[in-house]
Design a protein around this ligand. Structure first.
Ligand code: ADP
Ligand code: ZN
Length: 754
């Protein structure tokens, strides 16, 4: 929340001035200032809000956007920035208007809204929109040729030249390469004609790199509930009004198939559609599905696509040539010119929450963008979040349900394996019953999967002699052994160290012991139990990137794998038709800790993993290894009654005004020393807001009390739903001046409580 002093001027807020040549214009810079700065528009430069400009800042040039002179935010969110007007004669001038499409009013409003809601500097939200090299962003136009209506008089005609002139007689411009190949002549002929004046140079419109998806390419055959849901979704797109629809259905019920119909409706009315996926890098199968339905691939947006694709997609969304974009949460800030639909797939995923910089939830902000611009949003899940369910119950969201799997496939049968009754042998982690099950499955030449959401070999390394635990020197966290790489590594920071030969504390040799399983250890155990099985490990450590993941998935589909062992990567929406048994190694993992949503999240994850089994004709089975089979989460997984479990969750959260029945904001205070962190936290504690429906919990050390060497304290502000937290937070933050050693982060609607 640091706010640097203004360089030369401060925006006079509220003044409604025309923004044409020779006058003052507010320019928002992609930096952490409280608002736009005023600049002078040179008389020769007619500027309007949205124009992307280059302005002097200090002794540099900086890209920014001409902003609006007054806010359109609702009173709850509007936060007046102190106005300090700089005299006209001291204003610096806008240097240049860049040849880029302007940001439209809808997007500017969205930027302001997200900034105000998350208490972030608007420039930092703008930075998410401008995240590309603005200079040279326009692709260089290609050179081409046209033939004048009559060729020059003394032109020498050869057979080759004749072919070219015949081709060009239609008056269409073409590049040298295109002419040479269409007329079957070499490039020298084209050049000769150009030198003789029989072809004239022209600049060609750059060809759009985006092929247009065809809504009629390959429509599915829909019946029953699928058909009803698709029709309802199409209508909500065609209404061209704000609406939110929850599309809910068990894994394999055809949700993807159905929302592709909403995209088709959007394309039919000439509008753009955006699909947000939690892990776009893992979406090879999704891309294939899209291509089968629409004939071409969609435009893709995520952090690893490379500069060129970034520029193309950014410009393509702005000029409308990119009609369907599938992307990670940051795609929400692309400058679409004609957006008519946003789909948020796996809406319950916590990956939609960005936890650094501007802390926002892309699912919620997608709904905001749809509301500000007036179009349909669709949120999709087999296990919707309680937030979304509450919105559906309250009638704010339309709810569509697909009750059964497509094509008569049945949902997998679930078995709870009480580990107290059928424990594994000492030092092992798979119950003999699960091992038998896997052996039988492999014997039938079907595939099996083991799921454990823990990378590495073991989560804790302990000295058997003195009890010393190997911990990260920079974080409150145990070091995780990665035996393949022979290192201990912290999963919260970059710290990695070699496995020490002796205990660093008591110096005893051969005394360090691995405690608990990680996926590498389960793989070791599986290799012993199933020596002939072809095992594939799926985790971020074994799959280097999207290509390797796609290859792994293809191998599974080709039945070149018998046993898949994986972390949460395997929970993504993969379709593995030959997989019939899923074993959850530690179903209780994730239920510990004081996380508000621990139960909800565990059930969502395990349901998703379970949903990989039995997606084709052979029925699937899921075995949950648990030491607490009586836990409501285990019972709900057993009965498959997700609705009932969520009702119980709701009953637990309602009385205390926990979300979604109240509002929550976290303050995370961090400092270089524990003392400075405590001091700052205590100051926040002393000035905490109070009143009816307002409560502050803490300060308390964060569960990750030290992260990357910074000491962390947390406070939670909890209010009734009817109370907006932003004005309260503004007042509170204003009461506590922080020195440069301490920092405070505001997390509205927190998902992580670490
Ligand atoms: P979900 O997204 O709910 O998990 P999918 O949309 O992935 O379900 O559908 C599961 C499988 O069934 C996919 O292979 C999909 O292509 C197929 N499928 C679903 N509905 C249809 C349909 N109407 N016609 C043909 N195939 C379908
Ligand atoms: Zn660490």
């Amino acid at each position: 929340m640091a706010v640097a002093p203004p360089p030369s001027s401060t925006h006079a807020s509220g003044a409604d001035q025309p923004t044409t040549g020779g006058l003052r214009v507010p320019v928002l810079l992609p930096m952490p200032f409280t608002g736009p700065f005023d600049y002078k528009a040179p008389a020769s430069m007619a500027l309007k809000p949205g124009d992307i400009v280059s302005v002097p800042l200090g002794n540099r040039r900086q890209t920014g956007v001409v902003w609006d002179t007054h806010t359109t935010l609702p009173p709850d969110l509007a936060h007046p920035t102190p106005a300090k007007t700089v005299a006209d004669n001291r204003l610096r001038a806008v240097a240049e208007r860049l040849e880029l499409p302007p940001l439209n009013a809808e997007l500017r409003r969205f930027v302001d809204w997200v900034a105000a809601y998350t208490l972030s500097p608007p420039g930092m939200v703008l930075a998410m929109t401008l995240r590309l090299h603005m200079k040279g962003a326009t692709p260089a136009p290609a050179m081409g040729w046209i033939a004048p209506p009559t060729p020059p008089e003394e032109l020498r005609i050869t057979p080759a030249r004749q072919k070219v002139l015949a081709l060009m007689a239609d008056g269409r411009p073409r590049t040298t390469t295109d002419i040479a190949s269409a007329a079957e002549v070499n490039a020298g002929v084209v050049k000769g004609l150009a030198d003789a004046g029989a072809l004239r140079p022209v600049l060609l419109e750059p060809a759009s790199p985006f092929a247009q998806p065809d809504p009629l390419h390959h429509p599915p055959v829909l019946e029953g509930a699928q058909k009803e849901a698709a029709t309802a979704l199409r209508h909500s797109v065609q209404d061209k009004k704000f609406s939110v629809t929850l599309l809910e259905g068990v894994t394999g019920s055809g949700k993807t198939e159905i929302y592709l119909e909403a995209i088709a409706a959007c394309l039919e009315q000439g509008q753009q559609a955006l699909v947000l996926l939690p892990e776009i890098a893992l979406s090879a199968q999704w891309m294939d599905r899209f291509t089968r339905r629409f004939g071409v691939r969609p435009a893709v947006w995520h952090s690893e696509i490379g500069q060129k694709a970034r520029r193309q997609t950014w410009l393509g969304t702005a000029d409308g040539s990119a009609t369907v974009v599938v992307g990670a949460r940051s795609a929400l800030f692309l400058p679409f010119c004609n957006l008519g639909l946003i789909i948020v797939d796996e809406e319950h995923e916590s990956l939609f929450k960005q936890e650094e910089g501007v802390i926002y939830n892309a699912r919620d902000m997608a709904v905001v963008r749809a509301r500000l611009a007036g179009f349909a949003a669709v949120v999709v899940s087999a296990t919707p979040s309680l937030e979304t369910l509450a919105n559906a119950h309250a009638g704010r969201y339309q709810r569509l349900v697909l009750p059964t799997r497509h094509g008569g496939a049945s949902l997998p049968q679930t078995h709870l394996l009480d580990m107290r009754e059928a424990p594994p042998e000492r030092g092992l982690f798979l119950s003999p019953r699960l091992v038998e099950d896997i052996a039988a499955t492999l014997g039938r030449e079907e595939q099996a999967m083991l799921f454990l959401n823990r990378r590495g070999y073991a989560p804790l390394t302990l000295c058997r002699t003195c009890g010393h635990r190997m911990e990260c020197p920079h974080c409150t966290a145990w070091l995780v052994e990665h035996r393949n790489r022979q290192v201990l590594s912290c999963h919260y920071c970059d710290h990695t160290e070699p496995m020490p030969p002796v205990c660093p504390n008591c110096k005893t040799e051969h005394s360090l012991t691995a405690i608990g399983p990680g996926i590498e250890r389960i793989t070791e155990e599986a290799r012993q139990s199933f020596p002939d099985a072809r095992i594939l490990v799926m985790s971020s450590d074994t799959l280097g990137g999207p290509a390797a993941t796609a290859e792994a998935v293809a191998k599974i589909a080709r039945r070149e794998v018998d046993l898949i062992i994986g972390t949460q990567i395997v929970a993504k929406g993969w379709h593995f038709p030959h997989l019939t048994l899923v074993g959850i190694v530690d179903a209780d993992l994730g239920l510990g800790g004081a996380d508000l949503r621990a139960g909800e999240r565990t059930i969502q994850l395990l349901h998703q993993v379970a949903g990989r089994a039995g997606r084709a004709s052979a029925p699937g089975r899921v075995v949950l290894q648990s030491y607490t089979p009586e836990h409501p989460v285990m019972q709900a997984l057993l009965s498959g009654d997700f609705d009932q479990f969520m009702e119980q969750e709701a009953e637990q959260r309602r009385p205390g005004f926990w979300p979604p029945y109240g509002r929550l904001a976290a303050l995370i205070i961090s400092a270089d020393t524990p003392q400075a962190a405590d001091d700052a936290a205590a100051r926040f504690g002393r000035t905490a807001p109070y009143g009816e429906g307002i409560q502050v919990l803490g300060p308390a050390p964060a569960p990750l009390a030290i992260l990357r060497g910074r000491h962390r304290r947390r406070l939670l502000l909890r209010t009734w739903r009817s109370i907006a937290v932003q004005p309260i937070l503004h007042r509170w933050l204003g009461l506590v001046p922080l020195d440069r050693h301490a920092r405070v982060e505001v997390d509205i609607d927190p998902v992580s409580f670490l």
